[in-house]
Design a protein around this ligand. Structure first.
Ligand code: ATP
Length: 616
């Protein structure tokens, strides 16, 4: 639940984003469209910087990752194979009174943010302690009046007499309906507490929500002029599947060897039931995803003679030939956190949440959610999953095309293994398969038979040098990262002038690498042609290397403040000294630093060497 301070902070950030041209509601002049956002001039630069930095660190600075740019609409069978058609859904309820749709698993969280709930909460806190004395029909009537406007369909409002009689009765007998705040909330929300599904009220009106039913999040469309079942297609809900289906093409054309990765940045679409928290949960958003394909542990053990595990702590260093999936997974978690540190977020801003075994998808071996401390709560920024060979195997099954790779070194290494090593590699695999089948609901005995069959076939292939690669998937949302950067950068600075009047200014302290504009260039006065000409020359010197904002209007203090609010880390002022008023300062400028207001004199010739290392 977000408290009023964080709600106020979010409101300020949303309003700043609109006022300064970072983010606008999509289609605003038509009343907007829920869950869709547009990035304005500053937002577009910020987003571009973030995507470029991700691409640089994931693709350009590595020998073992290449890029892909695939289509948004792909063959519909892909979504059958990936499981999205059957299982990519959220639980949804409809309010029986106001007819609004609510994601059932978020109903409580949304209710907690509603003003009327806070009244119920205060009443509960003040009353529950002194049960049964304090609860009277009159007290409940007062409560009903205080929430009536905002929650007109709450059972306490719709059927006050019946509900309050029941609550008073419960208070003086078993007290069950007062046993905790959640129970109390449910009790004031329904006329029939004993009736089946115990739901939370509708966050919008307090009404009654239907039982949850699965709602598939994929946007559906048709390709070609005829709308029929034969040409149904979907807007991709994630960029990852395109990487899996193009895996073989990329592998065969990029001269990469296992292990290697394929990266993609692009749009994804999810018809979220309740988009919320500004851009955090949108219906159209962008993802930055890497599928890093690795050799299965059995192949690594055969090739390297041993298998390094996460316990060795190896993941902090450079990749090694004996790394198994666990080490690769931890390595990528660490790489991703380092990326965030590199663009101005701190390790303390995150919580690494390792999903518990019962939370993992059946194919996932481990998943870490990197959660960021947003003002509205600690929420997912990126997920890093070890997905085994699930995706490539599924596409192999559904397409009938092989997704296996052939590794000549593995074939040669296998021939040199002694029998005991071969047997121990097989036994290890067999036990992993058996455990996974049991986890999926197979009987122990059936799982054992199947595991033996699978492992025999698998080891036979491995011995010939063939396997389906496994994958580690760091999957980040661009829009959530932009929001995290905005929240982290937002600072209010109070300054007091000579007359004692204080003013609060906003400074966005973006890391220079992500800042939309890197430098503001200001001639001290706009009516002095020599100053203006020099300022133009400085602007033109810097422009090929960084984003520059040239501003000659208004007092210099106001110009600095405008750039502080846009998050521009550096300001360059051209004054009379630049023109040689003091000969020793000829061709020098004032370089101002946004975060501490520090100013220093720098030769124009030194500007690029000073600034470039800070922004790259
Ligand atoms: P959540 O549980 O928050 O819905 P998820 O676990 O379904 O997220 P993934 O499928 O792992 O998300 O997607 C990877 C990343 O894509 C997320 O970590 C997030 O940054 C981003 N993302 C997912 N859904 C949305 C959305 N509706 N709006 C904005 N970004 C999103």
């Amino acid at each position: 639940m977000s408290d009023s301070k964080s709600t106020e902070l979010m409101e300020k950030i949303v309003s700043l984003c609109k006022r300064r041209g970072f983010i606008y509601p999509s289609s605003e002049i038509y009343g907007g469209i829920n869950g869709f956002w547009d990035y304005g001039p500053l937002g577009a630069e910020l987003k571009r910087n973030v995507k470029d930095l991700w691409w640089r660190s994931m693709v350009h600075y590595r020998d073992d990752v290449v890029g892909l740019e695939a289509t948004i609409i792909m063959h519909p069978m892909i979504w059958k194979a990936s499981g999205h058609l059957d299982t990519f859904s959220d639980p949804m309820s409809t309010c029986r009174q106001c007819k609004k749709l609510v994601r059932s698993d978020q109903a409580l969280e949304m209710v907690e943010d509603a003003e009327w709930f806070q009244r119920l909460q205060q009443f509960y806190t003040a009353t529950a302690q002194s049960l049964p004395i304090a609860v009277t029909v009159e007290a409940l009537e007062k409560l009903e009046q205080s929430v009536r406007k905002k929650a007109p369909n709450l059972a306490l409002v719709r059927a006050r007499e019946a509900v309050s009689a029941r609550l008073v009765e419960s208070a003086s007998s078993d007290g069950a309906e007062w046993s905790n705040e959640t129970q109390f909330l449910r009790s004031v929300s329904t006329e029939n507490p004993g009736n089946g599904y115990a739901h939370f009220p509708c966050p919008h009106c307090g009404g009654e929500l239907t039982e949850p039913r699965p709602f598939n999040l994929m946007f559906k469309s048709h390709y070609g002029p005829v709308e029929s079942e034969d040409n149904v297609c979907y807007l991709r809900p994630e960029t990852a599947q395109a990487i899996f289906v193009q895996f073989k093409n990329v592998f065969e054309t990029s001269r990469q060897k296992m292990p290697f990765g394929i990266a993609q940045v692009g749009k994804a679409f999810r018809n979220e039931v309740t988009p919320r928290n500004f851009t955090f949960r949108s219906r159209e958003f962008e993802q930055m995803e890497l599928e890093f394909f690795i050799k299965p542990d059995e192949a690594v053990a055969a090739l390297a003679g041993k298998l390094a595990t996460a316990a060795d702590g190896a993941w902090q260093g450079v990749p090694q030939a004996d790394w198994g999936w666990e080490v690769w997974h931890k390595y990528w978690v660490e790489q991703r956190v380092r990326f965030y540190e590199n663009i101005g977020l701190a390790r303390e801003d995150f919580v690494e949440y390792w999903q518990k075994p019962d939370e993992l998808a059946h194919y996932a071996r481990a998943t870490v959610d990197i959660l960021f401390r947003f003002p509205f709560g600690v929420q997912e920024l990126e997920g890093i999953a070890a997905r085994g060979d699930f995706d490539l195997t599924q596409h192999q099954k559904f397409s009938g095309k092989s997704t296996e790779v052939f590794d000549e070194e593995l074939r040669a290494a296998w021939t040199k293994l002694d029998d005991a090593t071969r047997q121990s590699i097989k036994a290890r695999y067999e036990s992993t398969v058996r455990e996974s089948l049991v986890k999926r609901g197979f009987l122990e005995s059936d799982a054992a038979i199947q595991a033996t069959e699978f492992s025999t076939a698998y080891i036979e292939k491995l011995a010939k040098g063939y396997y389906v690669p496994h994958v580690i998937e760091p999957s980040a949302g661009v829009d959530r990262l932009i929001l995290a950067l905005l929240c982290k950068a937002y600072h209010e600075v109070v300054s007091t002038d000579e007359k004692g009047k204080s003013e609060t200014r906003v400074v966005l302290k973006f890391h220079p690498r992500v800042a939309p504009i890197k430098v503001g260039v200001f001639p001290l006065l706009k009516n002095k042609p020599e100053l203006v000409a020099k300022a133009h020359a400085v602007r033109d010197l810097l422009r090929p290397h960084m984003t520059v904002f040239y501003d000659e209007s208004g007092a210099i203090g106001r110009r600095y403040a405008r750039q502080d609010e846009a998050g521009t880390p550096f300001g360059v002022t051209i004054d009379f000294e630049t023109l040689g008023e003091k000969p020793e300062l000829l061709d020098t400028v004032t370089l101002r630093h946004r975060d501490d207001g520090r100013q220093e004199r720098v030769a124009i010739a030194d500007l690029l060497p000073r600034l470039l290392p800070l922004i790259r």
